[in-house]
Design a protein around this ligand. Structure first.
Ligand code: HEC
Length: 117
């Protein structure tokens, strides 16, 4: 009985919560620019510690004026909408990424990015 309950709880939480492991797989689409550990580089800013950070605020990266001007402070929700539609959320961003079609992929990748510390 206890086993059954445990399984049910696990099943329900897996179905509703973002899946960080899957997000890690989705992140392979970001890694070409942002680095395999999200560490960033010449082509894209680091995503380590990006949750709670003001958009476009790393000294060492040359952002677009649009990203610098945006009033976004990244959380999982803004990350999710940004990766689904970069130009729609930050018009004029230089992030050359069309956007993820699948909302679950976007939610999962946002949850994974939130673990990059
Ligand atoms: C082809 C390269 C490329 C890919 C692929 C890419 N990005 Fe970016 N990303 C950039 C660039 C360049 C910027 C800076 C944009 C600007 O200044 O307007 C950026 C900016 C960002 C920012 C804002 C960071 C900050 O410091 O404000 C976030 C968050 C982000 N990307 C997340 C992602 C995620 C998550 C993915 C994968 C779903 C992804 N990016 C895919 C190049 C890329």
């Amino acid at each position: 009985m206890i086993r059954f309950l445990l399984c049910a709880v696990l099943f329900v939480s897996a179905a509703s919560a973002a899946d960080v492991d899957h997000g890690k797989q989705v992140f392979e689409q970001c890694a070409a620019c942002h680095g395999d550990k999200g560490q960033g580089g010449e082509t894209a800013p680091s995503l380590i510690g990006v949750i709670g950070r003001k958009a476009g605020s790393l000294e060492e990266f040359r952002y677009s004026p649009a990203m610098k001007r945006s009033a976004i402070v990244w959380d999982e929700a803004t990350l999710k909408s940004f990766v689904m539609n970069p130009q729609g959320v930050v018009k004029g961003t230089r992030m050359p990424f069309d956007g993820l079609r699948d909302g679950q992929d976007a939610e999962d990748v946002a949850a994974y990015v939130a673990t990059l510390k």
